[in-house]
Design a protein around this ligand. Structure first.
Ligand SMILES: C[S@@+](CC[C@H](N)C(=O)[O-])C[C@H]1O[C@@H](n2cnc3c(N)ncnc32)[C@H](O)[C@@H]1O
Length: 262
């Protein structure tokens, strides 16, 4: 495949992704409105940002923010929040549910975004593997960090064969699930963060029992609500007591890295 074919192939993948998320935006947003999935998604966010120092002056950027509920879940813990997503439909929902004086949303492809400021924290949840050139984007956004600023991503990982199999099956049976879905190993994430120029790179596991509730609207809703409470409590406990074992079991990995000091 020559360079031009490669670029065309990447472009068509991005178009498919854009169309998919526009088409499923309303259903996607429901995951943050229904209690069972909302609880698990809130936990995933908390666990993802556990090493990012947040304060009332932190300027946050979320890339691929979807319907922007992170702005609400983190309310009071940042100075300003900018959420960007290439799906116009998701950004419309983000503005409806989550815009505030300190939380703004833009519909744009990350590669075209021109930030007005630098950020103390940039994060992406489930986004890196959707990007056509992830290392280039990591390099780009690392330049948007303040000195000592943190970049954190949460990504599906391949260490648990059972979960990888479940993802492959879901690709075939669930029309809302991106067929571009890929998994990134801890070693690959570490290499990508290091190549992007980040320091103190650290990769940790996230999500065992709670992740299915974060990803899928499970029915019947009242039963899912009860089960999600237990799943989130179990994952909180496991994170404190069994993190080394979780590395080989968890659904996701969190990669965190810091930009160079001034
Ligand atoms: C799996 S969803 C995750 C959404 C949200 N972070 C969450 O946890 O629910 C991936 C998101 O990344 C967005 N996305 C994919 N490629 C993008 C790009 N090049 N620029 C901006 N957003 C992008 C999609 O539109 C989608 O909303």
């Amino acid at each position: 495949m020559d360079d031009l074919d490669h670029t065309r192939c990447k472009d068509s993948r991005q178009v498919r992704e854009h169309q998919l998320f526009d088409a499923i935006a309303a259903r996607y947003c429901c995951k943050d409105l229904l209690p069972a999935s909302r609880r698990a998604r809130w936990l995933r966010l908390e666990q993802t940002l556990r090493d990012m120092p947040l304060s009332s002056t932190t300027q946050l950027l979320e890339v691929g923010c979807g319907a922007g509920f992170a702005a609400r879940y983190l309310q009071g813990r940042y100075g300003s929040y900018v959420g960007i997503d290439q799906s116009e439909q998701l950004i419309d929902l983000a503005r409806t549910y989550n815009a505030s004086e300190v939380a703004r949303f833009h519909a744009t492809d990350i590669a075209r975004y021109e930030p007005e400021t630098r950020f103390g924290g940039i994060f992406m949840i489930g986004v890196l593997h959707h990007l056509t050139d992830p290392v280039r984007i990591l390099e780009l956004i690392t330049e948007w960090l303040t000195p000592d600023g943190w970049l954190v991503v949460n990504e599906p990982q391949p260490a648990n064969p059972l979960f990888s199999y479940a993802r492959r099956v879901r690709k075939h049976i669930h029309k809302d699930y991106s067929t571009e879905q890929e998994e990134i190993s801890a070693a690959q994430l570490t290499a990508m963060f290091t190549e992007a120029g980040l320091c103190d790179v650290c990769v940790t596991p996230q999500g065992l029992f709670s992740t299915p509730f974060a990803e899928v609207i499970i029915r019947p809703l009242p039963l899912a609500r009860l089960l999600s409470v237990s799943a989130c409590a179990l994952d909180r406990a496991l994170e404190k007591t069994a993190r080394p074992v979780l590395h080989r079991l968890s659904w996701n990995l969190i990669a965190a890295g810091r930009s160079a000091p001034a």
